[in-house]
Structure formats: C-alpha cells, structure tokens
Design a protein around this ligand. Structure first.
Ligand code: SAM
Ligand code: SF4
Length: 421
C-alpha cells in the first residue's frame, strides 16, 4: 500500500525575519514527515506568514485569506494557519473576522499542532546564504511602527546557541549567514554576561568554512564605536551596514521618537566610512510622516544627496492602528503628495546608485554565487551588489573573482577572471 506523504505550503510576505521564520517552520514540518509544495491545491496544511507594517501589505494578506475561503470550502479537511504580524493578542477578534482559519499563532512561535521543541529548527535545505535570527522583538516604539506591539520585547539568543547553529549550517554547506533582528545593535543586553553584537561577530568570525557574515538592521542610536571598529577589523564580516535614518529633519525624527539627530547620523556615517574601508551603506526613509512640510522633506532629500547611500528603501507613511502616531497625529500629507516625495527620492537614488556602480567598471570583485537566472550565474559582492556572469563551470556556493564590465543602478555584469594556481 502506498503511504500518502502529507504536504505543507507556506506563503510569506514582509521582512527578512518573516522569511527566516518561514524557512525554519518548513524545517520543522519536514522533521515531522511533511513535504513542501509550491501550490495550495495539493497542500494538507497551509500557513500564511503575514506582514502589516504598511496598509498595502495588510491588504495583500486579507486578499490572500479571502481567496483561501474557496480552498477551505472545497477541502474542509485542509488546515489553515496564520502567523506573522497580523496576529496580536486578541485572536478572538481575528477568529471572528476570518472564521475559515483554523489557527492563529504569534510571529516567531510554532503552530499549536506541531511538536514544541525549545528552539526553531534549521531551514530544511539551507541555500548558500541563510538568515539567522539573533534577537527577537523590539523595545523602541518608534511612533509609526506596529512591530513592537506584534513581536513583543527584545529577547536575545545566547551566543553559544548561535555559534553552534552557524557551525551546523556551515557543515550543511552554507557559506554566508545574515544575522537578523529589528535592532541587532541592542543584541545581548538581556543576556547574563551582556555580550554585544561585536562580541558575537568576533566569535562567529572564527567559524571555519564560513565565508561571509552580514547583519541587519542597525539602529543609529545604538550603533557603538566598538561595533564599527569590530566590523572594520574582521575579515568575514562584510563591509555593508543597513542603518535606517527614516528622516533627515530633526523635528520629524523627534516626532518619530527615533532617539537621534541628523548630526548624530551624519557623524556615524563619517566614522563608519573611516573605519570600514569600502563600506556600502543602506538606509530606510519614510516620507509624508504627519506634519512633514515640503521644507522638512527637502531636508531628507538633501541629506540623502549628501550622504550618497548605496541603497535607499523609501516608504510612504501608512498609519497603523494602535501606534502613537495613528492615535495622536493627523495623517495630513495627501496621498498624491506622499507619492510625489517618494518618487523624488527614488529618482535621486537611482542616479546615485547608477554613479556609484559605474565606478566599479574595470574593477575585480569577489562574488559569492547563490543561484542562476536567465542562463547566467548570479551572486553578490561583499557590498551586497547583485552580479551576473556566464560560465560553463558549476559555480553555486563558490567565491568567484569577477571583472566588472557593465553596470546599472540595480545590478552589475562581468566576466570571471582566471586566478593564478
Ligand atoms: N527596525 C528597523 C528600523 O529601526 O528601522 C526596521 C523595521 S521596520 C519593520 C521596516 C521599515 O518599514 C522601516 O525602516 C520603515 O521605513 C518602514 N515602516 C515601518 N512602519 C511604517 C509605517 N507605519 N509607514 C511606512 N513605513 C513604515
Ligand atoms: Fe519599528 Fe523602530 Fe523597532 Fe524598527 S526600531 S522595529 S522601526 S519600533
């Protein structure tokens, strides 16, 4: 008799933390005998890993849930679970809104019907690069942000647990780890010996067989000189920092409760560029925050023009029920004006990224190959730039030296160079 293997399907949107948690949830399903499937049709269990950081993401989750009603009607035995940031402590309210969902469980938790191991397992088939959560939750309560309400307070994983996990990942072929947290710079303050991110990076840098270490997201109010010097001094730690500024105007930063000034941010960038040669800087910006005037927006634009980041993620302010800003500040910048500001920053950044990348023509960069696309190998430089090249060799997981020949704002192209034996 043929035994039917149960199938699971996980649908994920949102940040890297959601992606990391979905990959680990997949590992757990496989540990108890399930097989992954790409479609909802053949799945016995469907998990939606949601994001509600902005209204647009929430709308997509709600649409997806509405579509799944038909699946549940046709096959009532299918188990449907929802996790991620849509799940708050009031699951009764969610059950009323989405009665066809069998289970709701909080972001980072485990579905109730699976065994409950102490920690989430590793991804089942880790790729070349793997996300490793090091700190959960957030203690900051920026006035626009829903995350602390949904993911709770900060909780760091012990250094030994992380180093052990990274060794195991490397044993399974992983070459790069990306350490994750809402604010990785506050890693360790809740642990017994109060290690910090610099200590963790120093430990992980000793891992034999590991090629690269990245980490995100940093917070300007918590980024220390010690951390900056450590990044600059460790060979496996990539010269890339993700440091959201959110606004380039002190009045708006104060209303956002970010805890730093524009001048502080500027000084941090100067220090990082001095101590971390070749640094690639990525930032996030919100436009159209309540009361943001055209002049205040211009301060943000001017700061970005001055600092010339490698990457800027720009979002239009979206009020999130329950946050301080949604309850106390009027969302007074019209939607069309938010779009105009967003486009201005996107246009500026496209120009800056084009110029920065053009400076790489003729240079030889080290690329960690993580896949193939349209007949070409693709990988990332230490500065996280996407590179495509052709080769008949099997390159997956290898560090390859590439001479850059063509560049654009979002990616580079080049040729592998023959290395001396
Ligand atoms: N912890 C990180 C930090 O301190 O910036 C980022 C976490 S947040 C989930 C990811 C990005 O979403 C933020 O950098 C911010 O730009 C954006 N974001 C968060 N809440 C938002 C809101 N209400 N409206 C628009 N963008 C928002
Ligand atoms: Fe949200 Fe601010 Fe925490 Fe980032 S630091 S997750 S923006 S509250």
């Amino acid at each position: 008799m043929k035994v039917k293997i149960p199938k699971y399907h996980i649908w994920t949107i949102g940040c890297q933390m959601n992606k990391a948690e979905s990959a680990r949830l997949g590992g757990l399903f496989e540990r108890v005998g399930y097989q992954a499937t790409d479609s909802v049709d053949g799945a016995d269990v469907i998990v939606l890993n949601s994001c509600v950081v902005r209204q647009h993401a929430e709308d997509r989750v709600v649409n997806k849930l509405a579509n799944l009603k038909a699946v549940k009607r046709a096959r009532p035995e299918v188990k449907l679970a929802v996790t991620g940031c849509i799940v708050d402590s009031d699951t009764e309210h969610l059950k009323g809104r989405f009665p066809h969902v069998d289970y709701f469980f909080k972001a980072g938790d485990l579905p109730p019907w699976l065994a409950n191991p102490a920690t989430l397992p590793l991804p089942s088939q880790p790729g070349v690069s793997v996300y490793v959560p090091i700190i959960q939750g957030c203690n900051n309560f920026c006035t626009y942000c829903i995350v602390p309400y949904r993911r709770g307070r900060e909780h760091s994983r012990p250094i030994e647990e992380i180093t052990c996990e990274v060794k195991e990942l490397v044993r399974r072929g992983v070459k790069e780890v990306i350490l994750l947290g809402q604010n990785v710079d506050s890693y360790g303050h809740d642990l017994q010996d109060k290690p910090d991110l610099a200590d963790l990076l120093t430990e992980l840098n000793k891992t034999k067989g590991l090629a690269r270490i990245r980490f995100l997201t940093s917070h300007p109010k918590d980024m220390s000189r010690k951390l900056i010097e450590t990044i600059g001094g460790l060979d496996k730690v990539c010269e890339q920092v993700s440091l959201p500024v959110q606004a380039g105007d002190d009045g708006i930063l104060k209303l956002m409760k970010r805890g730093y000034t524009v001048e502080h941010y500027r000084r941090l960038v100067t220090l990082m560029r001095e101590k971390i040669p070749g640094l690639a800087l990525s930032t996030d910006v919100i436009v159209g925050f309540p009361t943001e005037t055209v002049e205040q927006f211009q301060h943000t634009y001017d700061l970005l023009a001055e600092l010339r980041c490698d990457t800027v993620h720009v979002a239009a302010y979206s009020p999130r029920a329950g946050t301080f800003a949604a309850s106390n500040l009027v969302d007074d910048v019209p939607a069309a004006e938010k779009v105009r500001r967003q486009k201005l920053i996107e246009g500026l950044q496209e120009k800056i990224s084009t110029e920065i990348n053009a400076g790489l023509i003729g240079q030889i960069v080290e690329v960690l190959v993580d896949g193939r696309k349209a007949g070409k190998w693709q990988g990332r430089t230490r500065t996280d730039k996407l590179v495509f090249y052709s080769s008949k060799d099997e390159c997956l997981g290898r560090l390859v030296k590439i001479k850059i020949e063509k560049t654009g704002p979002w990616s580079l192209q080049g040729k592998p160079i023959k290395e001396e034996p």
